[in-house]
Design a protein around this ligand. Structure first.
Ligand SMILES: CC(C)(COP(=O)([O-])OP(=O)([O-])OC[C@H]1O[C@@H](n2cnc3c(N)ncnc32)[C@H](O)[C@@H]1OP(=O)([O-])[O-])[C@@H](O)C(=O)NCCC(=O)NCCSC(=O)C[C@@](C)(O)CC(=O)[O-]
Length: 302
């Protein structure tokens, strides 16, 4: 086993977590969440997306949120940019990183970004080139890496194809995403192995939704392969607007609890992280969707 001694977590709660929220979430609450996450020690935060406000109205305040964040040195702020229009809108906000998001399934690509996989690469190529020319790091997300809400099981060969296509257009890092949380440990390992044919462990992250309660097991399976970067979502926020029924990412609190218990460093203060999760959950009028956060809050309450 190749378990890393240190893991980097990217909290995607403000973007992936809140994008699907039905109630309006004020920009000020999103900014408050970002501030609490950086206070808890997160070194990368996925803040928002520059996508069509008709498709994802919750992210329409993207520039306002980016402008209001008080940036901390050493923290990276990433945003999603599906096309040149998104990148041009995002660049004035000075993101450290942009994310192009493709899918290993044709049907999901069509529903999510309204184009085929081949067309998505044509759209992403100039985005990647322009972002890199502007000194902005480019990450790529491979959605539906193990299963698709419209096509069912997704073969590892599809992930390999997407990884190759992303490599060819200059994407620097890829996230292997179980968008609908149907993956189980061996399937996730096969998907990661496929991605590792084109990227190294330094340039790959896992992104696991927890719909079937498998996300921690999948994280452990990925850790055993040496994968040391993961997207997680504080308070287990989230779900994708184009993946009906899928729940949020694995809760950051649960992953941090597991990693610290294994003696793996994250640089994150779990108590402050629980505070961040409680803050946004209160703003949304519900309890954090994290077992570790619930246990810690119960213990605090005595
Ligand atoms: C990709 C598009 C824009 C294509 O949408 P389209 O309709 O094919 O684009 P278009 O170029 O034909 O433009 C149509 C209209 O959208 C506008 N438009 C066009 N682009 C932009 C932009 N960037 N920002 C703002 N506006 C934009 C454009 O100006 C035009 O406006 P109109 O003339 O009708 O008023 C659309 O399909 C879209 O926005 N989709 C949203 C996708 C999304 O955000 N999905 C959720 C995030 S992905 C995810 O959650 C998965 C991930 C990453 O977390 C990993 C995982 O778990 O799998």
């Amino acid at each position: 086993m190749n378990i890393p001694s240190r893991v980097k977590l990217v909290d995607v709660g403000p973007r992936d977590g809140l994008q699907n929220e039905k109630q309006p979430v004020p920009a000020e609450a999103k900014v408050g969440l970002v501030h609490r996450l950086q206070e808890a020690g997160l070194k990368e935060i996925e803040v928002t997306s520059f996508v069509s406000p008709k498709w994802v109205p919750q992210m329409a305040d993207n520039a306002e949120v980016m402008a209001a964040i008080q940036r901390q040195p050493g923290v990276r702020y990433s945003v999603l940019t599906p096309n040149m229009k998104g990148l041009e809108a995002a660049l004035p906000s000075r993101p450290d990183e942009v994310v192009v998001f493709g899918a290993a399934s044709e049907a999901f690509s069509q529903r999510n970004i309204n184009c085929s996989i081949a067309e998505s690469m044509e759209r992403f190529a100039p985005v990647v080139a322009a972002a890199r020319a502007a000194g902005v790091y480019v990450r790529g997300a491979i959605s539906c890496a193990v299963g698709c809400p419209y096509e069912g099981d997704v073969a590892p060969e599809r992930v390999e194809l997407l990884a190759r296509l992303m490599k060819e257009i200059g994407v620097q890092h890829i996230g292997v995403a179980d968008t609908i949380g149907v993956g189980t440990p061996l399937k996730v390992q096969r998907a990661l192995e496929a991605a590792l044919r084109h990227y190294t462990l330094a340039d790959i992250s896992g992104h696991f939704h927890d719909t079937y309660g498998q996300a921690l097991a999948n994280t452990l399976a990925a850790l055993q392969m040496g994968v040391w970067q993961y997207d997680t979502s504080v308070a287990g926020l989230g779900g994708c607007p184009y993946a009906k029924g899928a729940t949020g990412n694995v809760a950051t609190e649960d992953v941090v609890y597991m990693l610290h218990g294994m003696g793996i460093e994250t640089g994150i203060d779990l108590d402050k992280l629980v505070d961040a999760g409680q803050y946004i959950s209160e703003r949304l009028g519900r309890k954090p969707n994290s077992r570790a956060a619930t246990a810690i809050l119960n213990k605090r309450a005595g």
